[in-house]
Design a protein around this ligand. Structure first.
Ligand SMILES: [Zn+2]
Ligand SMILES: [Zn+2]
Ligand SMILES: [Zn+2]
Length: 210
């Protein structure tokens, strides 16, 4: 066991770890015990990681602690960082599932590279909440004459769509008291308008305009 002070897990490492961890969890839940994605090496010492232990909270900072095994290095993760990366995790998992379906599998190197790209400011993420594209921004919106050519479909934002998936998870996992909080935060994070078309999110969580 390593007793040094935990270090903050950088966003790129946290994103790669979250994607791999969730992908392994889903596969194990589906009964697949072979060909699980390996974890990335420990960000502190570079040692191979066999197991990642999540929790308990750090007593000084109340941050979640993630411990790499066998080296025992501890890293802290803030809820802000998790929320900031949540959409990237979802998008990357969807891509990996698509690759799995095509039997292409996913390589850890590709996940690490993408996690780095998505979290490096010089290389803005393509997600809906890229820093230069705040909620309400029309920067990426298509010209009006192009919009007029589109047949409008109802739009549900990624945040609200994921929140509604969580409703199902809440019903299936009544013991998980943390889930409603995640759901509510996702609804709050909705940017309200589709970034390319400006169409308003149809989720019932938003008050209907007068
Ligand atoms: Zn280590
Ligand atoms: Zn919503
Ligand atoms: Zn919404």
């Amino acid at each position: 066991m390593n007793n040094t002070e935990p270090t903050v897990l950088p966003d790129a490492d946290l994103l790669a770890l979250s994607v791999i961890w969730e992908h392994r969890r889903q596969r194990q839940a589906a009964g697949v015990k072979i060909l699980l994605l390996p974890f990335v090496p420990c960000p502190t010492c570079g040692a191979p990681v066999d197991e990642v232990i999540i929790g308990p909270q750090d007593q000084a900072t109340f941050l979640q602690v993630v411990t790499m095994q066998p080296c025992g290095h501890r890293h802290t993760v803030s809820e802000d960082a998790l929320l900031r990366l949540q959409e990237h995790v979802g998008e990357m998992l969807t891509d990996i599932e698509d690759a799995d379906r095509r039997d292409e599998g996913a390589s850890v190197e590709a996940i690490v590279r993408e996690a780095h790209d998505r979290t490096t400011p010089d290389n803005p993420p393509t997600s809906e909440d890229a820093p230069d594209n705040p909620p309400g921004s029309t920067r990426e919106q298509l010209p009006d004459d192009v919009l007029a050519l589109l047949s409008h479909r109802t739009y549900l934002s990624t945040a609200c769509e994921t929140a509604r998936l969580l409703d199902g998870a809440i019903i299936r996992n009544p013991g998980r008291a943390d889930l409603p909080g995640h759901r509510d935060r996702l609804h709050q994070r909705c940017r309200r308008n589709q970034k390319f078309t400006g169409v308003a999110c149809s989720c019932p969580c938003h008050p209907t305009p007068p």
